[in-house]
Design a protein around this ligand. Structure first.
Ligand code: HEM
Length: 553
């Protein structure tokens, strides 16, 4: 394909193999000499860039190398970069797609330590510390000043305004103080009672008290989670029937807008505003953002103008109370309100919906675990009846089933932190040896939830589903689906309450089985398990397809 003559002497043009002077637009615009010069210039710039980067990487390696350290691994593309997550695994270049879920604890075993530095050259020369050591992780999570949240990594969560998840320092303290009362014991009881109503509505008005088969259990678990956070968090009661309509003044239903936004949030960050109009699917995402913002502002407006302000203790009321001073002055901006409303809808919806879906999948695959759960519920509240919030402490098997699901399939696969100072951390290994890692200021730190949850130092037979490991004594520091320390999930009890209520409601009335499909009739148990529990990475670990049959008991 290369042109045979590009040296610019007049006679050379006739020999060009791909068109005459008149038909070669590039030659008309750029004379061959200029083209050559341009190419040489570009190559020189690339060469200077590569050499500079190489030197930068060497400098980074020198700052972290230490005689007693656990060493480092090199990947040209940073595993946290957008690019690395789009390409397959290429040794030395990219860890590839779904690396954390795919590799679990394997990489740490290859390195021989439960913590090591990953050095990369793109997008910048840097070293990031990756950890799967329970006591080192505890040290990091318990010291917010030494290891704060790298808020610049959470920019995509600030699209609707500042919020509790994507903030640090005094701003975070203020948001946390406002939100804390909404996660009190009083509100947890509200969560339980509202969840029971939502489940009764589903069984009676959608399933008509009959057996049903679902192609993907997520089709009910996501709406359930959304309805619970909607009513218990925001006083917005939605029933299964009236959620389908689009209210006047809107072009999209609330549920759809939230789903679109949470599924395509990264797109909104990556694609510039003007380009969102270029494709139909992108236009839908842009519309969803606009619609959701409008829904949230309407919620704020409706509460502000309500005649009688009910005595409520939910999250929304706490936010609204904090937004106005005693004399009606604004203490929180509208964007603070929408930012936090959005983050609570998101945090309280996706993580929960996905975990419920995986848990139902496990119960269908392990009928003995499900039977033990049914027996526990029957013992606590009588056959076919629903326990109350006060019974929750007696449902230890139910909690163990959820914890084992969260250990194997944590929604948040990695938690980022950074070092605020030059420091060192100590990590261990299977041989119970210790190594010191030099951690310069501004080093990115990754708490590798998947690897920690599959680390054989803490979990016997880590790949197996065994809820019984959560009865009695278990290694609490090696279990961080909700993170740990002061920045741990504020909604943990909210989740546990609604999850147990939902599971009790389902299992007391229905037997859950994997949907029979002729094309999978001959698969082994392992194949079936891999199919039903297949997951992909999204904003949180996402079930691909969990097809289930719910049979009336
Ligand atoms: C299975 C359910 C859940 C899981 C696995 C989960 C997990 C997590 C994790 C890992 C964090 C720390 C994130 C980070 O450091 O970047 C977090 C924070 C948070 N979660 Fe959850 N979460 C769940 C349910 C909920 C629910 C139901 C709510 C609200 C109703 C909620 C609200 C929050 C909030 C507001 C934060 C930020 C806390 C702070 O920074 O002070 N989460 N969650």
């Amino acid at each position: 394909m290369s042109p045979t003559v590009t040296h610019g002497h007049p006679g050379g043009r006739e020999k060009m193999g791909w068109g005459s002077r008149l038909t070669d637009p590039i030659s008309i615009i750029i004379p061959p000499v200029a083209m050559h010069t341009a190419i040489i210039l570009v190559l020189s710039v690339i060469a200077v860039f590569v050499i500079q980067r190489f030197l930068d990487v060497r400098r980074v390696i020198r700052t972290i190398t230490h005689s007693r350290s656990s060493g480092h691994r090199f990947f040209a593309l940073s595993p946290a970069s957008f690019l690395s997550r789009r390409v397959p695994h290429i040794p030395g270049i990219a860890k590839g797609r779904n690396a954390l879920m795919r590799l679990k604890h394997r990489e740490f075993q290859e390195v021989g330590w439960d913590g090591f530095m990953v050095v990369s050259a793109w997008p910048r020369a840097e070293a990031a510390l990756t950890l799967a050591d329970a006591s080192t992780i505890k040290e990091v999570t318990s010291s917010r000043a030494r290891f704060p949240k790298p808020v610049h990594r959470y920019k995509f969560l600030q699209l609707f305004g500042g919020n509790i998840v994507a903030s640090e320092g005094d701003e975070w303290k203020r948001y946390r103080k406002i939100a804390a009362p909404a996660f009190s014991e009083r509100n947890n009881k509200l969560v339980w009672d509202e969840t029971v109503l939502i489940m009764e509505d589903l069984f009676k008005n959608v399933w008509h008290d009959e057996s049903v088969t679902l192609d993907h259990a997520l089709d009910i678990t996501l709406p359930i989670a959304l309805f619970v956070i909607g009513v218990a968090g925001f006083g917005r009661r939605v029933s299964w029937q009236d959620d389908v309509g689009i209210p006047a003044g809107h072009q999209m239903a609330f549920k759809e807008a939230l789903h679109e936004v949470s599924t395509h949030i990264i797109l909104k960050v990556v694609v510039p505003e003007w380009a969102l109009g270029l494709r139909k699917s992108w236009r839908k995402v842009a519309l969803a953002f606009k619609e959701l913002n409008q829904y949230m502002l309407e919620m704020v407006q409706a509460r502000r103008t309500a005649e009688k302000k009910d005595e409520r203790y939910d999250l929304f009321s706490s936010l609204m109370d904090a937004s106005e001073g005693d004399h009606g002055e604004a203490l929180l901006k509208d964007s603070d309100l929408t930012g936090n409303i959005f983050i609570f809808l998101l945090a309280g919806h996706e993580t929960t919906g996905h975990t419920l879906c995986f848990t139902l999948g496990y119960l269908a695959l392990y009928p003995d675990v499900q039977e033990r759960l049914y027996q526990e519920i029957s013992r606590v509240s009588g056959p076919g009846s629903m326990p109350t919030y006060e019974d929750m402490n007696q449902l230890s098997w139910a909690m163990a089933v959820f914890y084992e699901t969260l250990r194997l399939l944590p929604p948040v696969v990695a938690i980022p932190k950074e070092s605020a100072e030059d420091t060192t951390l100590t990590v261990g290994n299977l041989q119970e040896e210790k190594a010191t890692i030099v951690v310069p200021k501004d080093t990115q730190i990754v708490l590798h939830v998947y690897a920690l949850h599959h680390n054989p130092r803490y979990w016997e037979d880590p790949l197996s589903f065994k809820p019984e490991r959560f009865l009695g004594d278990w290694p609490r520091d090696a279990f961080i689906p909700f993170s740990a320390g002061p920045r741990a999930c504020i909604g943990r009890k909210f989740f546990e309450t609604e999850a147990i209520a939902i599971m009790c409601a389902i299992i007391s009335k229905y037997k859950v089985e994997v949907k029979e499909e002729p094309e999978f009739a001959n698969e082994t148990f392992e194949e079936r398990r891999a199919r039903v529990l297949g997951s992909k990475s999204g904003l949180t670990t996402t079930p691909i397809r969990v097809p289930l049959a719910f049979k009336r008991r």
